[in-house]
Design a protein around this ligand. Sequence first.
Ligand SMILES: *Cc1c(COP(=O)(O)O)cnc(C)c1O
Length: 365
Amino acid sequence: MSLRTATAVIDCQALVKNFQLIKKMSPNSKVLAVLKANAYGHGLERIATTLIQKNVMADAFGVARIDEALVLRAAGIVKPIVLLEGFFSPDDLPILAVNNLQTIVHNEDQLHAILQADLDKPLKVWLKIDTGMHRLGINPDEFQHYYQSLSKSKNVQEPLILMSHLACADEEGNELTAQQMALFDQLTRGLNEERSVANSAAIFTLPPAQNEWIRPGLMLYGVSPLPLSSKNANCVELEPVMTLQSSLISVRKLKAGEFVGYGSAWRSKKETMIGVVAIGYGDGYPRHAQNGTPVLINNRRVPLIGRVSMDMITVDLGLNAQDKVGDCAILWGKQLPVEEIAEYATTIPYELLCNITRRVQIEVV
Ligand SMILES: *Cc1c(COP(=O)(O)O)cnc(C)c1O
């Protein structure tokens, strides 16, 4: 007997197709492919390498931390890499210069550090304007000050990239989005620089946001940034890159009225067969997945029952089930969208993908 436990199957061909869909939707934009958090749980180096082949060419990569960028450099990746939160200390600047890392500037400390640094060559800077999300970014009334200071600095390459981030791009026709776009346009129109606004959601919902640079993350991995109810035609062309699967390690009969799992949180109404799948929150399967969350076994959706344990979950296979120990169970992936599982776990697909733990084996196909 040899069972395969939790495995994330990574389909690089699906990644290529999603990239090509992005190019089809935004043919005139350069693509900053967002690879933060281990490429949304898919494996940083593998995803980066797949995105720099002859037929797919990302123009730059985006990460959140210097360490992530240095992993890519150590893997021999020479493409531009952008630190999406900027640098955290003036001491980082020589590291940026040596490793050819680009940085976002979103606050006064970063501005001063760059203006005062003694660098061998100028840095590429993305100036982040807060147009209404109120997370990172400079205030609109500070824009001229930052813009003039950076433009004049010998430490900054031309052109600058002016950017902003949208709070509600996944809601079609959202009013704040319209205000953010208008403000961004008002500040940056006519300037001889490059611009960047769109994340995955905006690539689908907001053609005007597709300017010189787009910044897709989630959609690269074949997951829709829009609500499940959205009818956006392009969304259906996305192909999930990750399929998370494991095996049934037990199939047992349960009498009516018997309890299952920690806290005896589920009780059978009638006689049935219970399956135990070797995956749990120790692998990154969400502990908050509700009873009824679908699991795909032998092409059939069966409901999760009882509490999610560290290494196991239980499912109700039904009294006449023919499923056997060793059969494959799919937790999410091609036939079972992670978007749907996220709803059952009252979270978002981003979190489920990022939370895959080191114990999960990776199989690249
Ligand atoms: C993470 C991130 C993105 C990508 O967002 P998705 O919704 O995954 O497409 C784009 N821009 C910035 C600044 C980000 O931090």
